[in-house]
Design a protein around this ligand. Structure first.
Ligand code: GLU
Length: 281
């Protein structure tokens, strides 16, 4: 009996890709388990409360209800801050004052080709990691904007050997993790004391998720999440990945594909069974 979750970011309306993702988690949770909805709404630039409302409304129209009150990440910022404090005390975080262009410039100077992490983000070359303590204190005292990065090398040392960095799939396969490929990732952004990786791992532990069902695009990030779980002593869920739904052009469906939105389908007179079928269920 699995506890699974559907964790959309309310940056647009519910589309078929969402439905496929929600149903993937639900199919493991039924019968007998629990299926929870979580709003990953920490990004104030991209998330809107009215999208969250519409997502829940469309899910309700499909007959999909969370088995516990919906968790809003925007209401948990103090908990993310506490997690960062613990990681800071462990000595695995450091403030980074580099701007995007500093990083691009330094990358170009060090590497012959751009070095990207498995999620496509630029690998951090590490300038602020070796900043002298006095300079770091001075910049902090002056209130210079900064992010908090994970010192990957130290984190790996603290988290135990590679043999403890793996997850299991529901079919009983054991998958080795390689978080080092991400380099010194950002765990707290400039504008919010949190990041996707921190919040998602924190909340899966907080909500007692035993099986994370997520899109193939998030497979590499899972390695990083396992490292954070080791550092924090959080339980490790099982993981499984569903294919991303694509449009006729073969591109991944996104909120730009308005014709694939559940709302547009409802308004065109489709019933919920037809929408489910269109999502592959
Ligand atoms: N919020 C993430 C998204 O919308 C999914 C959460 C996860 O499985 O990590 O892509």
């Amino acid at each position: 009996m699995w506890v699974t979750r559907f964790a959309p970011s309310p940056t647009g309306v519910l589309h078929l890709g969402h439905v496929a993702s929600a149903m993937s988690g639900l199919s493991y949770a039924r019968p007998g388990g629990r299926w929870l909805i979580r709003m990953e709404d920490i990004d104030p630039q991209r998330c809107r409360p009215e999208y969250a409302r519409q997502l829940l409304e469309d899910l309700a129209w499909l007959g999909l209800f969370s088995d516990a009150p919906v968790l809003y990440q925007s209401a948990c910022l103090a908990e993310y801050r506490q997690t960062l404090d613990i990681l800071e005390q462990m000595g695995v975080l450091y403030p980074c004052f580099c701007t995007r262009s500093d990083i691009a410039r330094e990358s170009a100077a060090i590497f012959s080709a751009p070095h990207a992490a498995p999620d496509g983000s630029l690998l951090y070359p590490g300038r602020c990691r070796s900043l002298p303590a006095a300079r770091r204190e001075e910049l902090l005292a002056r209130g210079r904007p900064h992010v908090l990065r994970l010192n990957m090398q130290r984190a790996l040392e603290c988290a135990g050997g590679a043999e403890s960095l793996y997850y299991n799939t529901p079919e009983g396969r054991r998958v080795q993790c390689w978080p080092a490929l991400f380099g010194d990732v950002v765990l707290a952004r400039r504008d919010i004391p949190a990041s996707y990786h921190l919040c998602v791992t924190h909340d899966d532990a907080k909500q007692g998720i035993t099986l994370v069902t997520r899109g193939e695009d998030l497979r590499p990030a899972t390695d990083l999440h396992c490292l954070l779980q080791n550092l924090m002593g959080w339980p490790r869920p099982h993981y499984t990945f569903h294919p991303l739904l694509c449009g006729a052009d073969g591109r991944r469906l996104s909120k730009r594909d308005n014709a694939r939105s559940v709302r547009a389908m409802r308004e065109a007179g489709m019933c919920k069974e037809e929408v489910m079928r269109a999502a592959g269920f």
